[in-house]
Design a protein around this ligand. Structure first.
Ligand code: G3I
Length: 452
């Protein structure tokens, strides 16, 4: 029989966050009792946002997106490749869905993004266009998309990632075909289609004072002098644990002093996996310092996280071995980072008491041609177990061939592993690990595991 002992401590919450494929037992439902981030932000005159995936806006994901945030950014749904996958063949389904959800939850929408070198449809990137044709395609795209959502989008990331790291213009379809004027033209066309929308240039690695952010600064200054409609700059802020630029606030302030708004548009802070309590505490401090830097500057109007849950983050797919970059874990429990954001917005700095939990974390420890070795680590914090069973479903035909420190059975894709006679007890603060060999082919996705 399983027994749960209850304990109340910050340390138990911090160590109770698992990394891969884990499910919490007696999971803390902390977000429900707190003042929502959007209310804390509103009290500071700020907007707090998240990038979202439209198809996920139901259940717990939808509840958190709707209750905690006052702004949504479609993570992919408004990009050119999403809305016009074939020439003249438009698909607004996901973009419309996100806009409708935002309206139903009294939220702003940040439109993302109109002019970029990525995620363009292949008919566009593979085409051979004269400069005039390219300009006309871009103008039509901007007029169509901005026009469709006229009055419904608070701010557009009109131009995304125009610079190289050294501050020169990035060679792209747009720059190569149209020259640097494509930026002013895009802003002008967007303004014509929705004069009320705030128009931004958005980039990464422009959070601190450096060559790239100075190029952006000089561009914005020049656009303002020419009377081009530019309202703001977006600092994406895809950051690395412990590396918040020391000049972030100074940089935000210099843009504000130019007479434009600033938004932190894609904040996440990645760490080497697995997460542990030390890293999560550092991450909380990092989130606090980013949000505080924005809160300190009146014209910094919005902080948006690039996905609020580790289950909906681009990081693990792009930086293998890195992740846990968002304020909620994969099971939608708020992490210390959540409280780091709340703290910077004047909210509670103390996570609420937890009932304690035991978690199971699945990981692949080595993998070769057709086989791999995996392990599951069961960890208890503020709770304990006298026996355990861990279950999961393989999604890609993996097959267990051997297990140790547990008795594993597999029926079809369903795997169930029970404790051996000698390792059913997991003490409060303790852990037990079992391992297995298995076969795979094609892909080897990490399953979600259930501890019972
Ligand atoms: O939709 C397809 C799906 O059908 C297919 O099965 C799957 C297989 O890989 O791919 C899916 O498309 C993926 C798409 O995200 C939607 O999930 C693409 O492969 C993947 O490349 C794409 O990644 C996006 C990335 O931009 C592309 O550059 C991320 O989700 C998105 O979060 C990320 O966002 C960018 C911002 O727009 C600009 N700043 C940087 C930021 C992070 O890269």
């Amino acid at each position: 029989m399983r027994s749960l002992r209850k304990g109340l401590s910050l340390a138990s919450l911090l160590t109770g966050v698992a990394t891969l494929g884990a499910v919490l037992v007696a999971a803390p439902a902390a977000h429900a009792a707190d003042t929502p981030l959007r209310d804390l932000a509103a009290a500071q005159g700020k907007v707090i946002g998240t990038a979202v995936t439209g198809s996920k806006l139901t259940g717990t994901y939808g509840d958190i997106a709707g209750s905690q945030f006052s702004s949504l950014t479609p993570g992919n749904a408004m990009k050119w490749g999403s809305v016009e996958p074939t020439r003249g063949g438009f698909d607004w389904t996901e973009a419309d869905q996100i806009v409708a959800f935002a309206q139903a939850h009294d939220q702003q929408v940040r439109g993302h993004t109109l002019v970029w070198h990525n995620q363009n449809p292949s008919w566009l990137t593979n085409g051979s266009w004269t400069s005039a044709q390219l300009g006309s395609l871009l103008q039509n795209h901007i007029s169509t998309e901005v026009g469709r959502y006229k009055g419904k989008i608070a701010a557009w990331d009109v131009v995304n990632e125009p610079f190289n790291e050294d501050g020169t213009y990035r060679s792209t379809l747009w720059y190569d075909g149209l020259g640097a004027d494509y930026i002013a033209d895009a802003l002008t066309w967007a303004h014509a289609a929705d004069p009320a929308a705030k128009l931004y240039i958005n980039d990464y690695n422009v959070e601190g004072v450096n060559a790239k952010s100075t190029a952006l600064y000089n561009l914005v200054k020049s656009l303002k002098q020419q009377g081009v409609p530019i309202d703001g700059v977006g600092l994406q802020a895809h950051l690395i644990l412990g590396q918040v630029p020391s000049t972030l606030r100074e940089n935000i302030q210099r843009f504000a002093d130019l007479g434009v708004d600033v938004a932190i548009t894609e904040l996440d802070i990645r760490m080497a996996l697995p997460a542990d309590s030390t890293k999560l505490a550092q991450q909380a401090a990092d989130f606090t310092s980013v949000v505080a830097a924005c809160a300190a500057v009146t014209r910094c109007v919005n902080v948006t996280v690039w996905g609020f849950t580790d289950s909906d983050s681009w990081v693990p797919g792009t930086f293998p071995g890195y992740g846990a970059a968002t304020p909620y874990d994969e099971n939608y429990s708020p992490k210390p980072a959540y409280y780091g954001i709340a703290e910077a917005l004047g909210g509670s700095t103390t996570p609420p008491p937890t009932n304690g939990a035991c978690t199971a974390a699945y990981s692949v420890t080595s993998q070769w041609n057709t086989a791999f070795t995996g392990q599951v680590k069961i960890t208890c914090s503020g709770a304990s177990l006298s026996s355990w069973k861990v279950s999961w479903t393989y999604g890609a035909g993996q097959q267990i061939t051997q297990a140790w420190n547990a008795t594993c059975t597999q029926s079809g894709s369903a795997v169930s592993c029970a404790n051996a006679s000698y390792n059913g007890s997991v003490a409060d603060g303790g852990s037990v690990t079992f391992g297995f060999n298995a076969s795979w082919s094609g892909s080897n996705p990490v399953p979600t595991v259930t501890l019972s």
